[in-house]
Design a protein around this ligand. Structure first.
Ligand code: TRP
Length: 460
């Protein structure tokens, strides 16, 4: 165990797992999805998904990882026998594919941080147009994304305690600090309360099947579930830790950052009289516009701080994404960590190039022919990953229920948590993993597949 490394403390694990969870998903994706899917209604369904389905799935993943003490592939194989290793491969594949497009968006944010802090980005008039040109300006975008991948590899190649844990201990508290300071500012702007109303007062007519799909996919993505990321992190956790409590803290931290990001973004959107439903460019366009109105010095400071925050959040997530395939090659294939991490970083960067070029430069990648609604390649890959995550979570529940068995789960969860057996929490976790998740996730993942690739308009 000591050779493969472990977290040096309880708080180290929690920070790292929360760092994995908190990322572009919370600050970039959550606000724009809430903006296009009815604001408060979306938030409500999102919270329901977290409570009912996601926290138990997270508990299950960490328990599998700690019990087996191996990477995702090794853990499934050890606990379930040879064929279950394929579920581990599924997760390793997902980690590689998610990181390939995630790193591109992280590169945009990194570029915005640099251009706002040190360039003249805030002097433009039309930020929508600027964003469109920016993501197609291949030279800088290529370098920024490459830079981001290199930072990820530098940290992960240092190992668990010195690399992943140390980075998270600095970045996570910094992130909360910047976020809260910005919210206080945004709430003082004129018309900010219209944004708060949009975000916090549910209008039930805005909830439909699509709100539910998007909220569920977003909840899985945001908590880093469904692909063995927390199995891998769980394998570095010591036996004296209380898994249920840790999962509650990690989910709480993640949900609070998403919630706070919404509370920052919507007051700004409404104070500018802008549209909340702008999709992926929402924070890049609207927030930058808000920063530009703050004057040259304040705008640079506040805008720079905000995009720095996004980079922190993204970096703690990219390191967790690359750790899943890395752990596989280190544990199962017994390869040296540094070689593995740098090779994977190079490979994933190359796999991400079509996503990078999908924003207009290569028209065929901008509107994928033959795919429902012809999305761009980056969105298509993101949709594909969502499906992998919820189906992966669903299969994991079947694995616990039918192969590893609920009893083994309970035994693992009781370690480090003396009052667990016979408690209400146990009934909730068991019910969710053996019934609620398998049933709801299998129905919804089928519907999401149909919806994303063929459209469900004929059904609802
Ligand atoms: N949760 C991260 C975010 O919200 C992204 C992420 C990191 C992730 N690791 C993951 C998503 C594993 C799914 C699985 O930005």
């Amino acid at each position: 165990m000591s050779e493969r490394g472990s977290f040096s403390s309880r708080i180290g694990f929690i920070l790292a797992a929360a760092g994995s969870a908190v990322g572009l998903g919370n600050i970039w994706r959550f606000p724009y999805l809430a903006g296009t899917n009815g604001g408060a209604g979306f938030l409500f369904i999102y919270l329901l998904c977290i409570l009912l389905l996601c926290i138990p799935v997270m508990i299950g993943e960490i328990a599998i990882g700690r019990n087996a003490g191996l990477d995702a592939y090794g853990s499934y194989k050890k606990l379930g026998g040879g064929k279950w290793g394929y579920l581990g491969y599924y997760g390793i594949f997902a980690g590689i594919v998610i990181l390939s497009y995630y790193n591109v968006v992280a590169g945009w944010a990194f570029g915005y941080f640099l251009e706002i802090s040190f360039g003249d980005l805030l002097n433009h008039n039309d930020f929508g147009q600027f964003f469109g040109e920016y993501v197609n300006n291949i030279g800088p975008i290529f370098l920024f994304s490459l830079g981001f991948m290199v930072m990820t590899a530098v940290i992960v190649s240092q190992g668990i305690a010195k690399g992943i844990e140390a980075a998270n201990k600095i970045m996570m508290p910094g992130l909360y600090f910047i976020l809260i300071a910005l919210i206080i500012y945004s709430l003082t702007l004129p018309n900010a309360m219209a944004g708060v109303d949009f975000y916090l007062v549910p209008k039930l007519d805005q909830i439909n099947s699509r709100t539910i799909f998007y909220a569920l996919c977003q909840a899985f993505f945001s908590l880093s579930l469904g692909m063995g990321c927390l199995i891998t992190y769980g394998s570095y956790v010591t036996k004296d830790q209380n898994i249920v409590k840790s999962a509650a803290i990690i989910s709480g931290a993640d949900t609070s950052v998403a919630f706070l990001a919404g509370l920052l973004v919507f007051p700004l959107v409404f104070s500018l009289g802008a549209e909340p439903g702008q999709g992926p460019k929402l924070i890049f366009v609207i927030l930058t516009q808000a920063f530009a109105t703050m004057g040259p010095i304040m705008g640079r400071l506040v805008g720079g701080a905000f995009f720095l925050l996004i980079c922190f959040a993204a970096l703690t997530s990219t390191i967790s994404l690359i750790e899943v395939p890395s752990a596989f090659f280190v544990d199962t294939k017994k390869m040296p960590r540094k070689t593995v991490v740098w090779s994977l970083a190079g490979l994933i960067f190359i796999i991400g190039l079509p996503s990078m070029f999908s924003q207009g430069i290569i028209p065929a990648l901008n509107h994928l022919p033959g795919v429902h609604n012809s999305p761009d390649f980056l969105s298509f890959v993101a949709d594909l990953c969502d499906i992998i995550l919820i189906s992966g979570g669903c299969i994991m529940c079947f694995f616990i229920r039918n192969v590893w068995k609920i009893d083994s789960l309970n035994k693992e969860l009781a370690i480090g948590n003396p009052g667990y057996l016979g408690s209400m929490v146990q009934s909730y976790v068991n019910f969710s993993i053996s019934w609620a998740c398998p049933v709801i996730l299998s129905i919804l993942s089928t519907l999401v597949i149909i919806d994303k690739f063929f459209g469900l308009d004929w059904l609802f």
